[in-house]
Design a binder for this molecule. Structure first.
Ligand code: HEC
Length: 260
């Protein structure tokens, strides 16, 4: 893959991102010259409190990246994190909400850019960047909050969703992409905050159907101490469609995935 260092246009090889914006000292210095540093307050679901951040609007960076003017309906944004977390979201959705690529926690100690993450051994600070959302429509849980984010990519929807829909387009797939994919992968595609749901075994193969539905609506009522958010505001029919999609995918695993 051939990329220019700043705006990161890549030669369009099959499977390669359409464009890449690496996040490092060099690209941040470059951004600082082009855009003023914005300062925002957000309801932070990772720190579980209001937090203030400084950074650059995601929208501005996406506009620079998308200078080829891709049809927004067919393009996804993919956020690359150091720990392998790889959430995606449709470009159209990413530019509608107010995402900020935070490069500094406004309450960090003098001389530091970040406060350590609250009582967690899983990451020390969100450097080099952390994507936060200002009053996102639908609520913070509907958006990915990737930390230790070191690149933003534009990818075609077929590349982003490869493995998620083997031709038999199910209505539950779109709901799954909206609500679940940022934390969960299916056939290796999606987030890693929660477990993979289809490989090698599909959740509908080993969960009791009644408890699976209950768990998705209100995980804490089935498992104490769960980190999975509640979806009790989703209509029961949407949850049913998501379960049907997961059931369908259990019959369409990636090659080599065999449930014992
Ligand atoms: C904010 C992240 C997040 C979102 C969004 C999310 N989950 Fe989860 N989910 C988790 C985590 C973390 C777990 C791991 C187990 C736990 O903490 O209980 C989990 C566990 C699960 C499990 C149990 C897997 C197993 O076999 O143990 C299922 C099923 C599941 N999620 C389905 C869903 C569905 C369906 C959606 C979308 C409607 C969804 N999740 C959205 C984080 C999330």
């Amino acid at each position: 893959m051939i990329c220019l260092p700043m705006v990161g246009w890549c030669a369009a090889l099959p499977g390669a991102p359409l464009a890449v914006f690496p996040i490092n000292e060099e690209s941040i210095a470059h951004l600082r010259k082009q855009h003023p540093l914005a300062s925002v307050e957000v309801d932070d679901p990772v720190y579980k409190r209001k937090q203030r951040y400084q950074g650059f609007w995601l929208r501005d960076v996406l506009k620079d990246l998308d200078s080829g003017g891709h049809a927004k309906t067919d393009v996804y944004v993919r956020f690359r994190c150091k720990d392998g977390y790889l959430p995606i979201m449709p470009l159209a959705r990413a530019v509608q909400a107010k995402g900020l690529i935070a490069i500094r926690d406004a309450n960090a100690a003098q001389g530091a850019d970040w406060q350590p993450a609250p009582g967690s051994g899983t990451f020390s600070t969100p450097a080099p960047s952390y994507l936060v959302w200002v009053s996102p429509p639908g609520g913070p849980d509907e958006y990915p909050w990737p930390y230790q984010m070191d690149a933003i990519e534009l990818v075609s929807s077929s590349e982003a969703l490869a493995g998620l829909d083997p031709g038999g387009s199910k209505p539950g797939q779109a709901l799954f992409v909206t609500h679940c994919l940022k934390c969960h992968a299916v056939n290796g595609v999606g987030g890693t905050f929660g477990p993979e749901l289809n490989s090698p075994c599909g959740v509908t193969e080993y969960w009791n159907p009644r408890l699976l539905r209950q768990f998705i609506m209100n995980a804490g009522s089935v498992r104490a101490g769960t980190r999975m958010p509640n979806f009790d505001s989703l209509p029961a029919k949407d949850i049913q469609l998501i379960i049907e999609y997961l059931h369908f995918m259990a019959g369409h695993k990636k090659p080599g995935a065999v449930c014992p």
